[in-house]
Design a protein around this ligand. Structure first.
Ligand code: SAH
Ligand code: DHB
Ligand code: MG
Length: 224
């Protein structure tokens, strides 16, 4: 199996199952043209996030790591009217691109982008009483995933679904002695999930046009 085959199968599924959405295509194209890294979720992964939000009946969603707003738009499209999504982004330039993409998708009223390091914004959200969220998507800097899990739990209720992207990194997650902070962050995150009595969780490997990686999913089962 090769990356070429993975890419072709992603295209096969996406062409069949993912209805074209000009605003999503534009968000990806505009972000790339503005020089943002092309590290957004794939279309069929975005649709998975959207399905999970719908299954969850999510009315309040929190996202860590906005980039150009591609996954933001997928998730926000799952919200009922009156729903809301707060997304956290470090880079003001990325946030500006995302703001425009979200507005072009007609979602400006549902989506709030907060600029700054998520570890600064998260305590503010908690202090404001912004939670609990029904779904939390963790996709910012991987080194901070352990801290992000603690904040996600703080902003959860029993029934909240926590999803984390990039927990496999080409299998590098197996390397206990890795000096890559992203790998160590993903490893520690998964160990914390394993030790956390308030969640039931799993992780799956994925291949596709973004290569070989994976998602962790955790359902909060007890008061946080
Ligand atoms: N969720 C996006 C991709 C996010 S890429 C999508 O799938 O479409 C990761 C993002 O996290 C980048 O935009 C990066 O700038 C942002 N990021 C990195 N460190 C951060 C931090 N400390 N706080 C908030 N965002 C951060
Ligand atoms: C990369 C991929 C991601 O999904 C992400 O959130 C951050 C970085 C990457 O491939 O470098
Ligand atoms: Mg990611």
């Amino acid at each position: 199996m090769t990356d070429v085959r993975w890419r072709e199968v992603d295209r096969y599924f996406t062409d069949l199952l993912v209805r074209p959405d000009p605003a999503l295509d534009a968000a990806r194209d505009v972000s790339a043209a503005a020089g943002l890294p092309s590290i957004e979720v794939t279309a069929n992964q975005g649709k998975l996030l959207q399905l999970l939000a719908q299954i969850q009946g999510a009315r309040a969603i929190l996202e860590l790591g906005t980039l150009g707003g591609y996954s933001t738009i997928w998730l926000a499209r799952a919200l009922p009217s009156g729903g809301r999504l707060i997304t956290l982004e470090l880079d003001p330039r990325y946030a500006e691109v995302a703001r425009s993409n979200v507005a072009q998708a007609g979602l400006a009223d549902l989506v709030e982008i907060r600029v700054g390091p998520a570890l600064d914004t998260l305590p503010r959200l908690a202090a404001e009483g912004a939670g609990p969220f029904d779904l939390i998507f963790i996709d910012a800097d991987k080194a901070s995933y352990p801290e992000y899990l603690a904040w996600a739990l703080e902003l959860s209720r029993p029934g909240t679904l926590i999803i984390a992207d990039n927990v496999v990194r080409d299998g590098a997650v197996l390397d206990a002695s890795s000096e890559d902070p992203s790998v160590q962050g993903a490893r520690r995150f998964t160990e914390l999930l394993a030790a956390e009595p308030r969640v039931t969780s799993t992780a799956i490997q994925t291949v596709g046009s973004k290569g070989y990686d994976g998602f962790a999913l955790a359902l909060v089962t007890a008061d946080t």
